[in-house]
Design a protein around this ligand. Structure first.
Ligand SMILES: NC(=O)C1=CN([C@@H]2O[C@H](COP(=O)(O)OP(=O)(O)OC[C@H]3O[C@@H](n4cnc5c(N)ncnc54)[C@H](OP(=O)(O)O)[C@@H]3O)[C@@H](O)[C@H]2O)C=CC1
Ligand SMILES: O=C(O)C1=N[C@H](C(=O)O)C[C@H](O)C1
Length: 266
């Protein structure tokens, strides 16, 4: 039997690519789309129609669930929508697979508590690309030896949130291996606000938004007389699809919350 997947954010850039990837898989299918508009309409080839062609759109997850019984809700929406969607999915016993960035620490904690109380497992992956996960792991490993770190994340200019979920996760992984300390000159003078970027325990994060970019990150690790640069580039949203499929398959039957694809890669 195929894994039934509902998608929130199906009209978007990630949603459109994910529909193709899921439909191409032999063991999964997209049964419906969750949206905040277009209730009762259908989505076909990234456009909404009022006939019966394509994936049915619902604005209520409980109605969607009653009619299609998805096992998984893939959320690729935006930072304002994702928390509500995930809470509703868990309450209905649907496994959330979340790609949307911008969840706060408080929201993540509440989701973890809900997963525990509902015993419905979920996966939140700040980055579904295998290469990006390796970049984060290598950076965390390198920070053991080169503890002065600056993260430069570069994205397309349609991105809502900054810093990126990937940069936040990278800093969290590096924090495990690097004691907090001030970087740069202790009496640094900042003449233009923001010039040194965001600060995580002394590490700096810089966010670049430009047309032409998709998703790119460099982690720069400096030492006496040397610099290690670890870089990853996603040139196509297809780079996220193997990770999404892995999460859709692995979330079934789980009753815990997994935060980061690195925790389910074999
Ligand atoms: N984890 C990962 O590997 C990756 C994560 N992402 C993240 O995925 C998210 C989506 O990115 P992207 O596809 O580029 O963004 P898009 O803006 O292209 O797509 C988001 C879609 O979600 C829709 N939407 C907004 N609110 C709701 C809601 N309440 N219910 C259902 N749909 C809603 C938007 O509708 P409308 O257009 O009407 O506003 C839009 O169509 C972002 O948070 C991004 O950071 C992106 C790439 C990889
Ligand atoms: O908005 C995007 O495009 C991306 N968002 C995710 C993030 O915030 O890290 C993942 C990837 O970088 C693409």
């Amino acid at each position: 039997m195929k894994i039934k997947v509902a998608i929130a954010g199906a009209r978007g850039r990630m949603g459109t690519t994910a529909i193709e990837a899921i439909e191409e898989a032999a063991d999964a299918e997209v049964v419906a789309a969750l949206d905040y508009k277009y209730d009762g309409l259908h989505l076909h080839n990234a456009s909404v129609n009022d006939g019966k062609l394509g994936i049915p759109i619902y604005t209520s997850l409980s109605t969607l669930f009653e009619e299609h019984h998805p096992a998984v809700l893939l959320d690729v929406t935006d930072p304002d929508a994702v928390f509500h969607n995930v809470k509703e999915a868990l309450a209905l016993g649907i496994h959330p697979v979340v790609g949307t960035s911008g969840l706060t620490n408080e929201e993540l904690q509440e989701i973890a508590q809900l997963v525990e109380s509902t015993r419905t497992g979920g996966i939140i992956a700040p980055n579904f690309s295998i290469g990006a996960v390796l970049m984060m792991k290598f950076a965390a490993q390198a920070a053991r030896y080169l503890g002065d770190v600056e993260i430069l994340e570069m994205h397309h200019d349609r991105k809502l949130d900054s810093p990126s979920g990937t940069a936040v996760k990278t800093a969290e992984m590096i924090k495990e291996n690097r004691p907090p300390h001030i970087q740069g000159h202790p009496e640094e003078q900042i003449h233009l606000q923001g010039a040194r970027g965001a600060d995580v325990e002394g590490m700096k994060i810089h966010s670049i938004r430009l047309p032409g970019l998709l998703a790119h990150q460099q982690v720069l690790l400096g030492g006496e007389g040397e610099l290690l640069t670890i870089r990853h580039d996603s040139f196509d949203r297809k780079s996220f699809m193997p990770g999404i499929m892995m999460a859709v398959r692995k979330v079934i039957g789980r009753n815990d919350l997994i935060y980061g694809l690195e925790n389910i890669i074999d």
